[in-house]
Write a new protein. Structure first.
Length: 140
C-alpha cells in the first residue's frame, strides 16, 4: 500500500506501474482462496493507487476514534427478531424411535454382573504415636 510519503510497501511492482486486478489474477479458478493473500494484497494496493491517482484522498483517523458519541450504544449489527420465526420441524416421533432402538440394544447387550466374592484387605494397625505396628487381613 502507499504510505503517506509515497513509497510502496508489500508490493513487488515498480512505482508508477499499475496493473489491473485482472492482470494480477493467476489463470485458473477465480476464487479468493485460490489466488492467495499476496495477490489480494497487490490488488488492494493497486486499487488504492488508482483511487489516489484519480484525485481521491485518504483521511487519517486517530487510533481509538469512534463515530459514536460517548455514552451512546451502537445499534446491533443486524436487527434482532425482525424476521418471523422459522417453522420448526417436529421430531418427537423420530427421537422416540431412536430412544426405543437404543433401549432395545441395551436390553440385548445387558451383561450379567457376577457378584464379586469379598476379597481380603490388608489393614495397618498404628500405635499411639502414628507408627505402624503390624498389618492384619480383613474380609470386606
Amino acid at each position: 500500500m502507499a504510505s503517506p510519503d509515497g513509497d510502496r510497501r508489500d508490493c513487488d511492482a515498480a512505482p508508477g506501474v499499475h496493473k489491473t486486478p485482472a492482470q494480477n489474477r493467476p489463470s485458473g479458478p477465480a476464487s479468493t482462496a485460490a489466488r492467495g493473500k499476496a495477490s489480494l494484497r497487490r490488488e488492494l494496493a493497486d486499487a488504492v493507487d488508482q483511487y489516489l491517482s484519480r484525485g481521491g484522498q485518504v483521511s487519517q483517523v486517530p487510533s481509538g476514534a469512534s463515530a459514536w458519541e460517548p455514552g451512546t450504544r451502537p445499534p446491533p449489527s443486524r436487527p434482532l427478531f425482525s424476521e418471523p420465526a422459522d417453522p420448526r420441524t417436529p421430531v418427537s416421533d423420530v427421537v422416540a424411535r431412536l430412544e426405543a432402538r437404543r433401549e432395545a440394544m441395551k436390553a440385548r447387550r445387558a451383561p450379567r454382573r457376577r457378584e464379586r466374592k469379598p476379597r481380603p484387605r490388608r489393614r495397618i494397625i498404628y500405635d499411639d504415636f502414628g507408627e505402624p505396628l503390624r498389618h492384619v487381613w480383613e474380609d470386606d
